[in-house]
Design a protein around this ligand. Structure first.
Ligand SMILES: Cc1cc2nc3c(=O)[nH]c(=O)nc-3n(C[C@H](O)[C@H](O)[C@H](O)COP(=O)(O)OP(=O)(O)OC[C@H]3O[C@@H](n4cnc5c(N)ncnc54)[C@H](O)[C@@H]3O)c2cc1C
Length: 405
C-alpha cells in the first residue's frame, strides 16, 4: 500500500493486487489491534534493532525515516502518539485507522485496487519483468495476464498465513532465478525439552534476565541477553524477552543445542542473594525446606525449584548444608531450560529469511537480475525486534520501491 501510494504520487498509473477480500489484513492484527506503526528512536537505535541485514536498509531508512512515517500518517489525518519505549501508535488505538488512511490515499490517487485477486506467476522475458498472471476468485475465472512497466513484489513472509502471507513471493523470486534464504519463524514462542514450564504454565515473570546459549563442538557461547518479562506455557516459554531471543535462535538450533538460562533475581548479586536466603532460612529454621521458599519465589515455582535444588523437601531448613544452599542459589540465578524448537509460522510475528538482499539494489529495491522487478517488505531477508521496527522496514522499502519505479 505504501509503495502504491508513493508510485501514484509520482504520477504513475498503479494497480494494487491483493488476494484477500480486503486490504491490510496483517496490519489489522498488528500491535494487538493497535498497530505499533514505527519507533520514534534515533537512527542508531533504529539500526540496532534490526536483526538481519541492517546495512542493506541504509538507503531506504534514510530515504524515508521513522519521522517521515509519522509525518506521512499525520498528514493523512491519522494522528499518532508515542508510548513507552518510543513505540508509536495511532491516537485512536485502532490499527484500522492506519489501513483506512492508506486505503483512502490509494483511492484519492486513483490506484486501481483488485481485491480477491491472486498473483499466480510473474511474466518474465529476457531478464525483464513485464507483468503478472492473476486469477480472480480462485478457480472461478480463467487466468489473466496483466502487463505493467514495473512490478513491485510485496507479498510478505510466511507468518500468520491466515492474513494472506503464505510465502508466494519466495516462489515467484525462486522461479525468476533469485536466491531465497530459508525462511524461519521469528519473534515466536519457544518449545522446551523439560516439562517444568508445563507445571508452571500461566506464570508470568517480570524483571528477569535471560541468556541464550549455543553449544556447538563442545564450545558454549551466549548469543543473546535480554531483560524483561516472560511467561511459562504448556509447551515452553513465551513473552516479550523470549520472543526477542527467538529471533536469534533458528540458526543455532540447526547447528546444535540451545540453552536458555533465566536469572530470577537479576537485581541481587550472588552474595546478596545468599544473604537473603540465609536470612529467610534463619527466620524459618524449624520449617521444612519445601515450605521455606515461598517468600523468595512465586508459589507455583516452589515445587519445581525444590526438585531442581536436589535438597530433600522434608529436611528441616536448619539442616540444609552450605553446599546445598549454594546449589539452590545457582538454580535461582541460572534457571536453565533446553530449547527444543521454535513454535510454527502460525504463531510467529515475523519471518526470518526471504529473498536474499544481495539480489536487490539497496538504493532502488530493483532486482539486480530481473529488470523492472522490485521488492518491498517482509518478503526480503530482513527482520527486526518488536517495537515498530518491522513495519518501519515495510514502510521504508515500500517507499523506496514506489519512488524508484
Ligand atoms: C500478530 C502480529 C503483530 C504484529 N505487530 C507489529 C507491530 O505492532 N509493529 C510492527 O512493526 N510489526 C508488527 N508485525 C509485523 C508486521 O505486520 C509485518 O512485518 C508487516 O506487515 C510486513 O508487511 P508486508 O507488506 O511486507 O507484508 P504483509 O503485511 O504480510 O502483506 C502482504 C500482502 O500480500 C498479499 N499477498 C500475498 N501473496 C499474494 C498473492 N500471490 N497475490 C496477491 N496478494 C498476495 C497478502 O494477502 C497480504 O495482504 C506484526 C505481525 C504479526 C503477525
Amino acid at each position: 500500500m505504501m509503495a502504491a501510494v508513493i508510485a501514484a504520487r509520482n504520477g504513475n498509473g498503479v494497480t494494487l493486487i491483493e488476494k484477500n477480500e480486503k486490504l491490510g489484513k496483517k496490519l489489522y492484527v498488528t500491535g494487538k489491534g493497535r498497530c505499533n506503526v514505527t519507533n520514534a528512536c534515533d537512527t542508531e537505535h533504529l539500526f540496532q534493532n534490526i536483526v538481519s541485514n541492517a546495512k542493506f536498509l541504509y538507503s531506504s531508512f534514510t530515504s524515508f525515516t521513522n519521522h517521515d512515517v509519522i509525518h506521512f500518517f499525520e498528514e493523512l489525518h491519522c494522528p499518532l502518539k508515542t508510548e513507552r519505549g518510543e513505540r508509536v501508535f495511532p491516537v485512536s488505538d485502532k490499527s484500522s485507522d492506519i489501513i483506512k488512511a492508506l486505503s483512502l490515499e490509494c483511492s484519492r490517487l486513483n490506484v486501481t485496487v483488485l481485491l480477491s485477486t491472486e498473483v499466480e506467476q510473474l511474466i518474465i522475458k529476457n531478464h525483464s519483468c513485464l507483468g503478472v498472471v492473476v486469477q480472480q476468485k480462485k478457480g472461478v475465472f480463467p487466468l489473466k495476464e496483466l502487463f505493467a512497466d514495473a512490478v513491485i513484489l510485496s507479498t510478505g513472509g510466511l507468518s500468520y498465513p491466515s492474513t494472506g502471507s503464505t510465502g508466494d513471493g519466495y516462489r515467484f523470486a525462486g522461479e525468476a532465478g533469485l536466491a531465497v534464504t530459508e525462511p524461519f519463524p521469528a519473534l515466536v514462542p519457544l518449545e522446551t525439552e523439560e516439562d517444568d514450564p508445563v507445571k508452571m504454565q500461566g506464570l508470568t515473570l517480570k524483571n528477569i534476565e535471560v541468556s541464550f546459549w549455543s553449544e556447538t563442538d563442545g564450545k558454549k557461547h551466549s548469543f543473546y541477553r535480554g531483560f524483561g518479562e516472560m511467561i511459562f506455557t504448556h509447551f515452553g516459554v513465551s513473552g516479550p524477552v523470549i520472543m526477542s531471543g527467538s529471533s536469534y535462535c533458528s540458526g543455532y538450533l540447526r547447528k546444535g543445542k540451545v540453552r536458555l538460562t533465566i536469572d530470577l533475581k537479576p537485581a541481587l548479586t550472588e552474595e546478596e542473594l545468599e544473604r537473603r536466603i540465609i536470612k529467610d532460612f534463619e527466620e524459618m529454621k524449624n520449617a521444612l525446606f519445601k515450605n521455606a521458599l515461598f517468600k523468595l519465589l512465586p508459589k507455583v515455582m516452589v515445587p519445581v525449584m525444590v526438585e531442581r535444588s536436589r535438597i530433600d523437601p522434608d529436611k528441616k531448613v536448619n539442616m540444609v548444608t552450605k553446599e546445598e544452599r549454594r546449589y539452590l542459589l545457582r538454580c535461582i540465578k541460572a534457571f536453565s531450560l533446553n530449547i527444543k524448537n521454535t513454535r510454527g509460522f502460525s504463531e510467529a510475528v515475523i519471518t526470518k529469511g526471504g529473498v536474499k538482499v544481495n539480489e536487490i539494489n539497496p538504493s532502488t529495491m530493483e532486482s539486480k537480475k530481473i529488470k523492472n522487478l522490485y521488492f518491498a517488505g517482509e518478503v526480503l531477508d530482513l527482520d527486526a525486534l518488536t517495537g515498530g521496527y518491522n513495519l518501519q522496514i515495510a514502510w521504508s522499502t515500500g517507499y523506496l520501491a514506489g519512488s524508484s519505479v
